[in-house]
Structure formats: structure tokens, C-alpha cells
Design a protein around this ligand. Structure first.
Ligand SMILES: NC(=O)c1ccc[n+]([C@@H]2O[C@H](COP(=O)([O-])OP(=O)(O)OC[C@H]3O[C@@H](n4cnc5c(N)ncnc54)[C@H](O)[C@@H]3O)[C@@H](O)[C@H]2O)c1
Length: 356
């Protein structure tokens, strides 16, 4: 039997909606894009020129009985009200990240999704980034022993994009833009509660918002995750740096190329215990003899498809009644709670005790 093709309309037709609609959904046979409504008439015109319906108003889109799924891909401050209205009009909703700017706003959306019985999910699409999956698999296979530190960094030197990402009211800043992805990756990977959040935010060139931040999350087991986003770094760190009891992992960039270096044995194999180094006589900081370690190369996982089908496939499977969502509102709520604790920590200068 032919499976239903779900009709989608989008609030917003900016950069990200364009990626959903023009780059992914036009090749995806289970979702058909009918139209968009953007408050910017130029963007509505651009949609019409591509053959999509340009709705004249928000209400016209919401009241279109053909639409099954509403994509909310506007600036962040509009997500809450548009998601709630779409759910109340009997539409399933895929919202761009960050779903909301506060946890209570997301709780309100979740309550309406429950009341209406409509499906609500969020585009946390970076769970399938190859660099992340490569790191996650190495940790899960135990190649590093017990992992106690994960460092995740995204760094550039060209500042923020112009426009709303520099405006606090619209949900600008790097915590809401990149932080939400990097926190989601770590929380998706570590099945433990976050017990402590400490964050330092910087407004180096953009006074209204955080253009750089450094966040430390502590999990129940004591494992810490350091997450940093910078827009003013002229020398970059590796994308991932992970410490385990039996080795160290480094992945340099998005192409997921990296290595694990681990000792062949924990026994002393280098003979002389104290070595004269440029830092003076030392055991702890003296370099290791290469013959005492093995290096395991890391390459990009070939079985991983890193595109938005990682978000649409589970949504469609849920709508078909075949399986549950993979990106659940409850998971997303925990991420927003951690972001909220991060803002509180940055404002107060204190570490925030949590049970998230
Ligand atoms: N998942 C990802 O990897 C990813 C990447 C980029 C952006 N995003 C998210 O996508 C969203 C949009 O970002 P963008 O980069 O496309 O921004 P953008 O500025 O390119 O596009 C936003 C569009 O929304 C329109 N808009 C604003 N308020 C509206 C409203 N009330 N109704 C209808 N249209 C409205 C604007 O006119 C604009 O065309 C943001 O939430 C952002 O965080 C996600």
C-alpha cells in the first residue's frame, strides 16, 4: 500500500527553512512542501517564484486543512507562539532549535501537544554529525577505558553573522545558536543527570549577547564535559578532546579524522624514571617513548548519513504509527534547562547545583 505523503508548510523562509525545503525535502518522497508564510514579503515572493504557495497570513497557513506538518523556522523569539498555535490548529510541529528561550516556554508547548495529541519534535540535527558519532562510538566501545573528561569546541574568528543573532530579544548569541547543539550531543550520549553547571559568557565584540562561552557540566558519576563556543579564536583547538583512564582521543575537525593514543601497558617501560626535560628534571611531564603507546586512527563513519532525514525519518515513522520519536520534547527540555542554568551561572558568577 502506498504510504501517505505528509503536506508541510513553513513559518519562515530564511536560510534554514531554505535548507529544509529546497535542499532536503525536494528529494524526500514522504513529505511534500506546499507553502510558506514569512513576515518578510521578499521571502514570500522568493517562495512563490520557486512554485510554493506564499500564504498571505499566518492564519491562512494555520487554517489550510491540507497541511499536516508545520515547520517553525523563524527567529527564536517567535517559536513558542507559532508552535502553540500550530498545535492548536491540529498540525504536527517540527520546530527549529532552540525550541524556546526558556524552559517554562517549552513546558507550555509540551502541555499543548499533550492536550491536542499532536506530535511535536525539534530539529536537533547534529546528533548525526560524523565527528560526534566517531567520538561517541570510541567511548562506547570502551577504547579509552572510563571516560572522565569530554571537551567539545566549535571555534571561529569572524564574529557573529549580522542581524538577529546579535540581538538578545530575538534569541541571539552563541549559547542559543551553537550551545544548544553541543549540549544536546553530550546529553544524548551520557545517560546521567547533570548535577552542576558552571558557565562564563563573554561579549567581546557584540554587547547584547554572548559571542563566546565556556561551559562545564558535571554528571552524576563525576564525568565533566567542557563545551566552548568562540567567535574570536584565531588559533583553533581540536573539535573533540577526550580523556579516559586508558587513553586520550582527539578529533580535529568536522571531517572526523583523529586518533586515540593509549599505553600498551601501564607498567613503567622507559627505564630511567626521572628525565631532564626543557622544563627541568621530571617524571610526570617527561615525554613518553613512542614504543610504549599505540595509536589508533579515527576516520569518518561511512554508515552515517548526516542530513535532515535524521529528523524527518523518525517524525514520519511516528506519524505513520510505526515508532516513537527519537528527538523527544522531554530530551529537548533537559537541554533548555541546562542552557537556562548556564545563563544563571554566567549572570551570578556561581556554579549552579542541578538535578537535570
Ligand atoms: N538546526 C540547525 O542546524 C540550524 C541552523 C541554522 C539556523 N537554525 C535555526 O533556524 C531558525 C531560523 O534561522 P535562519 O538562520 O533561517 O534565520 P533567517 O534570518 O535566515 O530566517 C528567519 C526567517 O524567519 C522570518 N520570520 C521572522 N519572524 C517570523 C514570523 N513571526 N512569521 C513568519 N516568518 C517570520 C524572517 O523574516 C526570516 O526570513 C532559528 O531558530 C535558528 O536557530 C537551525
Amino acid at each position: 500500500m502506498m504510504k501517505k505523503v505528509y503536506k508541510l508548510a513553513s513559518f519562515g523562509y530564511g536560510g534554514m527553512a531554505g535548507i529544509h525545503i529546497d535542499k532536503v525535502l525536494n528529494k524526500y518522497d514522504r513529505v511534500d512542501v506546499k507553502g510558506v508564510y514569512d513576515i518578510n514579503p521578499e521571502r514570500n515572493k522568493a517562495a512563490a517564484e520557486k512554485g510554493y504557495k506564499a500564504y498571505a497570513s499566518k492564519e491562512e497557513l494555520l487554517n489550510d486543512p491540507e497541511i499536516d506538518i508545520v515547520l517553525v523556522a523563524t527567529t527564536n523569539e517567535c517559536h513558542k507562539s507559532l508552535c502553540i498555535e500550530a498545535l492548536q490548529h491540529g498540525k504536527h510541529v517540527l520546530c527549529e532549535k532552540p525550541a524556546t528561550m526558556t524552559a517554562s516556554d517549552l513546558e507550555d508547548i509540551i502541555a499543548v501537544a499533550k492536550q491536542t495529541g499532536m506530535v511535536f519534535t525539534v530539529d536537533q540535527n547534529r546528533r548525526v554529525n560524523k565527528d560526534f558519532i566517531a567520538m561517541k562510538r570510541c567511548v562506547e566501545q570502551g577504547l579509552l577505558g572510563d571516560v572522565y573528561v569530554i571537551e567539545s569546541r566549535v571555534e571561529g574568528s569572524r564574529g557573529l553573522p549580522a542581524g538577529w543573532r546579535c540581538e538578545k530579544e530575538k534569541g541571539g548569541g552563541m549559547m542559543l545558536d551553537w550551545g544548544v547543539h553541543l549540549i544536546d550531543q553530550i546529553m544524548y550520549m551520557i545517560p546521567e543527570k547533570v548535577t552542576n553547571v558552571f558557565c562564563k559568557m563573554y561579549s567581546i565584540h557584540y554587547p547584547e549577547v554572548d559571542d563566546n562561552f565556556r561551559l562545564t557540566l558535571t554528571f552524576e558519576s563525576g564525568l565533566t564535559a567542557h563545551i566552548e563556543v568562540s567567535t574570536n579564536n584565531y588559533i583553533r583547538h581540536p573539535r573533540w578532546y577526550v580523556l579516559g583512564t586508558e587513553g586520550t582521543l582527539q578529533i580535529d575537525d568536522w571531517d572526523a579524522v583523529g586518533k586515540i593514543v593509549k599505553p600498551i601497558t601501564q607498567q613503567n617501560q622507559w627505564g630511567v624514571d626521572i628525565v631532564t626535560t626543557k622544563a627541568g628534571p621530571s617524571k610526570t611531564m617527561a615525554p613518553r617513548d613512542e614504543s610504549t603507546v599505540e595509536t589508533i586512527p579515527i576516520t569518518a563513519p561511512e554508515d552515517v548519513v548526516d542530513d535532515l532525514t535524521s529528523v524527518y525519518n523518525p517524525l514520519v515513522a511516528k506519524l505513520d504509527g510505526e515508532s516513537e520519536l527519537t528527538i523527544t520534547p522531554e530530551q529537548v527540555l533537559r537541554v533548555i534547562q541546562v542552557m537556562e542554568a548556564s545563563f544563571e551561572s554566567a549572570e551570578t558568577g556561581k556554579a549552579i547545583q542541578t538535578s537535570i
